[in-house]
Design a protein around this ligand. Structure first.
Ligand code: B3K
Ligand code: ZN
Length: 898
């Protein structure tokens, strides 16, 4: 028996070598059968003349090998672990035929990688390394081939047969079977292969592109779900139009298909011409989906569609370059959603939401045991590196490039990137080089080698700012100092290139003209300065009064900004900053400050009332402000999450943080009761449902008001608002209002919640995605005296619960372990025991889902006792198992090494 390390070698980026063979064409023929599917794979290959002659080693996993033929003749072969090794291949670099016949077992495939069955239909998932579970292959992204695929199956059970590209032939076969033959006109890596077979129906739309070409768009779902596909189709049409308008990138296929499945490990997959989606990111109507669902669908449909160019036409040379496609495509979907918003204030709301995700999920990752650079140097299991660092931080790196070259310059850079690399498998370096080369006079071109440290250095940089006003000289001097904490394998860091958006507010709250010493006249605001040294000083002249600096406007870089603001300065920014991001940020800083003071037991901020009067007064002003959108108000009034507060502390007591945040919520609820009533009255009627930013913002604020009013009512014993909330729950004309009312009752802990939850379940018992919400609302409810864990265990006994379905498993188990810190971090360690049991149980069926859950204890070493020791013990218990997948093994061993 090999040791665990022997089974799971660490793969290093530095070890990259080009493939020894190229695969030019692939002809696949599938005889689909859930119990045993037969796969005939006919390839043409040739040696790669650039590397020394060597045997061909093909990847395979859980396959039954029946036959191997080279140029039609039997040949000798051997197995090296899971590799199929062919040594006696024709000499020279002429192409040769290789035919491999295998079988696989879709119905037993609980990992949902490769070919699997869900609701009696067949689906595939090949990224990153799932194709090897379908046939023996060079399963690496730099091997790009032309695919022809024939699918054969029982016609009654599987009337729809889909694969990538164009349908070229279909027909009947004996014994009630039929076939379909698909040819993909574009070369692609194996990870973009897909097939679907089953009883599906499609919404169809024909479109004509700007370029005058006709295309067929299709959204396939199970019969009965067609009424929930309109929004996904609209999102797809918007995506096609946007990529043409903004980047000049047109759809390169006659037909573009999206297929929804309810069993899927992640959100969606960008297979060429045949995107496969989690139903969660396709199905929506106003009765079953919330505004958040609508906006997620729009961005995920956009994301996968944009991959058609960034990822599919130009793909990754190796998986270390994952952010080449993911960071860039997240950036593109963020820009898409912002551009669809139109209004500047709605764009700002989207930006704040994106930054909030980055700071609550990616910053902790960057500070924990799984910290890795945007372009990692090593991994054991690549599936573990589909992370917020690769995606969200990667998107910020691309955004900084756009900031440094300008929006038009960035579009020029994209054009050059496609001119140079279309059809290739390339690296992050190639991308950055193209953007810089297209903008030779830019800061990016000047600073490129240093800029690329964003790809190589892990950890979140900190920018410490200090300002000194000199009334006599009428100058304001701002010193910016950067540092970056050590991460595993990177004890010291070199300075980053950090674009810093900056403004100075005068006493009136207006932006002051910004004139640096040495400049003849002030320049237009806002200005962006590019920090490149460990420390730099900016000296502004002709400054008549001491300004309040607004630093890192629009969150121009993924850093932590430290500035010793007084409360008064933050209140000034909150009331006046022309930059909506920093306006919101000022409120967050004030709230975090109060929470920390209260946790530290400082006088002035009592446990019961952590928030001071000035903060409450400011929040009242925001609520009543006639010039601010409801969506923005809702963001400002939302207190920083428990996870975000925890990250600001050296030692974390999750129960204490929860208690303080709950006290803050109660304080806002009672002190602003009349204001919440007014906010509800003004915003609760949004007319006929449309998921646009303006009306969804109003629904969000009305929903928040209801929660606050229920919290106040529970404290005072008043029955009026809980009663109104229940009525609202019953009468609601859309899922957003209905769910918000239900959540208000649950979150406030009002007894009416029980009845409403029962009713909600009865109403939506046949809507799986709504039942997921029902589960997760209960698993994320505020913990009261340790009541959540028993509730979660009860939920797992519910007849609708199943650990096998990833959405359902996540709705209960991950929501509890990763979205309910106070429910999870229990002094009796029962939450951790539950976690370790579920990780082990899930790992045996679906390692990817298990490994994600395993990350719930990433930040264990920051916990206060008794949590810290108990958490470590739970991780060690999982790590001690000898039967773990390499996914979970990598996560828990890295955690223990922290
Ligand atoms: N590229 C896929 C993610 C695949 C995850 C594989 N474990 C979805 C996306 O990012 O668009
Ligand atoms: Zn992606």
């Amino acid at each position: 028996m090999l040791s665990r390390e022997g089974n799971s070698p660490t793969i290093h980026r530095a070890d990259y070598v080009a493939p020894a063979y190229w695969i030019d064409t692939v002809e696949l023929c599938f005889d689909l059968d859930p119990a045993k599917t037969r796969v005939l794979n006919k390839m043409t290959l040739r040696r790669n003349a650039d590397v020394p002659p060597q045997p061909l080693k093909l990847h395979g996993e859980e396959l039954n090998l029946a036959r191997v033929l080279v140029n039609g003749q039997g040949t000798s072969f051997k197995m090296e672990g899971e590799l199929l090794v062919l040594e006696n291949l024709p000499e020279g670099t002429e192409s040769f035929d290789l035919e491999i016949f295998t079988t696989c077992f879709p119905v037993k495939n609980t990992k949902l990688m490769g070919l699997y069955v869900s609701n009696d239909s067949f689906f595939t998932q090949c990224e990153a390394e799932g194709f090897r579970r379908i046939t023996y292959f060079l399963d690496r992204p730099d091997v790009m081939a032309s695919y022809t695929v024939t699918l054969r199956a029982d016609k009654a059970k599987y009337p729809v047969l889909l694969s990538n590209g164009n349908l070229v032939e279909q027909g009947e076969l004996a014994e009630g079977r039929h076939f379909a033959k698909w040819v993909d006109p574009h070369k692609k890596p194996a990870y973009l292969f897909a097939l679907v077979a089953g009883q599906l129906v499609a919404r169809e739309q024909r479109i004509t592109s700007r370029a005058g070409k006709n295309h067929l768009l299709q959204v396939y779902v199970r019969p009965g779900d067609l009424d929930k596909t309109e929004h996904a189709m609209n999102s797809l049409m918007h995506s096609v139009a946007w990529d043409e308008a903004r980047f000049g990138l047109s759809l390169d296929l006659e037909r573009f298909m999206i297929v929804a499945t309810s069993d899927f490990n992640m959100g969606a997959m960008e297979n060429k011409g045949l995107n496969i989606f989690n139903t969660k990111y396709v199905l929506a109507n106003q009765a079953t989906a919330t505004d958040t669902d609508y906006s997620n669908i729009e961005s995920v449909v956009g994301h996968e569609y944009f991959h058609n160019w960034t990822g599919n036409r130009i793909t990754c040379r190796d998986w270390f370059q994952l952010s080449l496609k993911e960071g860039l495509t997240v950036f593109r979907d963020q820009e898409f959603s912002q551009d669809l918003c139109g209004e500047a204030s709605a764009r700002a709301v989207k930006r704040i939401e994106d930054v909030r995700v980055l700071r609550t999920a990616q910053f902790p990752e960057d500070a924990g045991p799984m910290a890795h650079p945007v372009r990692p140097d090593s991994y054991i299991e690549i599936s573990n590196f589909y992370t917020v660092t690769i995606y969200e931080k990667g998107a910020e790196v691309v955004r900084m490039m756009q900031t440094l070259v300008g929006r038009d310059g960035f579009a020029k850079g994209m054009k050059l990137y496609f001119e140079r690399h279309d059809g290739q498998a390339v690296t992050c370096d190639d991308f950055a080089q193209a953007i810089a080369d297209a903008n030779p006079a830019s800061d990016l071109a000047r600073l490129l080698p240093q800029f690329k440290r964003w790809y190589s250095q892990a950890g979140t940089p900190r920018v410490h700012a200090e300002g000194v006003y000199d009334a006599v000289a009428r100058s304001y001097t701002l010193t910016l100092t950067q540092s970056c904490p050590p991460t595993t394998g990177q004890p010291t860091k070199e300075p980053f290139v950090i674009p810093v958006g900056l403004g100075l507010l005068g006493t009136s709250g207006k932006d002051l003209p910004l004139q640096l010493e040495g400049e003849a006249a002030p320049m237009a605001t806002p200005r962006t300065f590019v920090l490149t040294q460990a420390s730099e000083t900016l000296r502004f002249v002709n400054v008549d009064v001491e300004p309040v600096p607004s630093i890192l406007r629009g969150f121009t870089a993924p850093v932590v900004l430290e500035f010793d603001y007084s409360d008064a300065q933050l209140l000034h920014l909150l009331a006046n900053d022309s930059d909506p991001f920093n306006r919101w940020e000022a409120g967050q800083r004030l709230a975090v400050r109060s929470a920390i003071k209260s946790i530290a037991g400082d006088a002035g901020a009592t446990r019961a009332n952590p928030l001071n009067d000035a903060y409450i007064w400011a929040m009242r002003n925001v609520l009543h402000h006639p010039g601010l959108d409801a969506a923005f108000k809702e963001l400002v009034l939302t207190l920083p999450s428990e996870t975000y507060i925890a990250e600001q502390l050296a030692v974390v007591d999750p129960q204490q943080i929860h208690a303080v945040r709950e006290a803050m919520r109660l304080q806002l609820a009672t002190a602003l009761q009349a204001d919440w009533e007014a906010a509800y009255d003004t915003n609760h009627d949004t007319g006929a449902y449309t998921p646009d930013p303006l009306s969804s913002g109003r629904r969000a604020l009305a929903g928040m008001a209801l929660t606050q009013l229920c919290i106040a009512a529970v404290a005072s014993g008043d029955a009026v608002w809980p009663g109104k909330t229940l009525q609202r729950f019953k009468d609601a004309g859309n899922m957003t209002d209905r769910f918000n009312a239900l959540a208000a009752l649950v979150s406030s802990g009002h007894p009416l919640a029980t009845k409403a939850l029962q009713r909600f379940h009865a109403m939506f018992k046949d809507e799986a995605l709504v039942i997921d919400k029902w589960f997760s609302l209960q698993a994320s409810a505020p913990d009261r005296g340790g009541n959540i864990l028993p509730a979660v265990k009860q939920l797992m006994k519910h007849h609708d619960f199943s650990l096998r379905n990833p959405n359902r498993a996540r709705s209960v188990v991950s929501t509890y372990c990763q979205g309910n810190p106070a429910g999870f971090h229990r002094a009796d360690a029962a939450g951790y025991v539950f976690w370790s049991e579920r990780v082990i149980e899930l790992d045996a069926m679906n390692p990817q889902v298990a490994a994600r859950l395993a990350r719930a204890l990433d930040r264990w070493s920051k916990l206060a006792e008794p949590y810290r020791s108990a958490a470590r013990e739970a991780i060690a218990r999982v790590a001690a198992r000898t039967d773990l997948s390499k996914d979970t093994h990598e996560v828990v061993t890295r955690a223990l090494a922290d």
